[in-house]
Design a protein around this ligand. Structure first.
Ligand SMILES: C[S@@+](CC[C@H](N)C(=O)[O-])C[C@H]1O[C@@H](n2cnc3c(N)ncnc32)[C@H](O)[C@@H]1O
Length: 199
């Protein structure tokens, strides 16, 4: 049943140009969640619920709160989550993640929303992370644009990629947090507090 819904979502995403997580990154992330026994996840950027559903299926005790600001995508995500009977474990919030105040702590925060806002998402939600938790940032290579920043001619894209590069520098030079970068899919960064996680 789940497999059919997941395939339908992949088709829908392709036909409607909805950017969902690449399959290889999805598999990588699901393995990471299992290996680290992650149970409470905050996702920023639900889109149609593809990654939320995949993450919830890793273990029946996983609970996810996911934020989406686009109403049409939010409605589509609700439908998909219901089809998988996961509505008790995946809670969706419709709104701009930068304007919300969430209580509670999460084992993992998955950032997969507006690329120019990663640093703001990180700073806003870091207090919602347990001490030995992880922040995962997707699309950290941004389709090769990060590496080829100097060749970008479009002003808006340059600005966007520039912000992502600042976020990467922030992660690399951080005194409090350690980050590992993975060349999987569109690039993933895994960040955790120094001294809190056994490597
Ligand atoms: C790459 S898609 C998410 C894909 C999803 N995580 C998946 O793999 O199935 C990014 C989503 O983030 C949403 N988004 C962007 N900025 C946001 C914000 N500030 N607050 C909430 N949602 C946001 C967009 O509307 C879009 O649907």
């Amino acid at each position: 049943m789940y497999n059919d819904v997941i395939k339908e979502m992949e088709k829908y995403a392709e036909e409607n140009s909805v950017p969902i997580m690449q399959k290889r990154s999805m598999t990588f992330l699901c393995k990471f969640i299992k290996k680290n026994n992650i149970k409470r996840i905050l996702e920023i950027g639900t889109a149609i619920g593809y990654s939320a559903i995949n993450m919830a299926l890793v273990d029946e005790n996983i609970e996810i709160v996911s934020i989406e600001r686009d109403q049409d995508k939010y409605i589509e995500a609700i439908k998909n989550i219901k089809k998988c009977n996961l509505d008790k474990r995946i809670s969706l919030i419709l709104g701009d993640a930068l304007n919300l105040e969430l209580e509670g702590k999460y084992d993992m925060i998955f950032i997969d929303a507006a690329k120019g806002q990663y640093l703001n998402f990180f700073n806003k939600y870091k207090e919602n992370l347990v001490d030995d938790g992880f922040v995962i940032s997707d699309n950290i290579e941004f389709h090769g644009h990060v590496e080829n920043y100097d060749k970008i001619e479009n002003r808006n894209l340059r600005q966007l990629v520039g912000k992502l590069i600042k976020y990467i520098e922030f992660l690399k030079e951080n005194d409090e947090y350690e980050t590992k970068f993975y060349k999987v899919g569109d690039g993933l960064a895994i960040t955790y507090k120094k001294g809190e996680v056994d490597e």
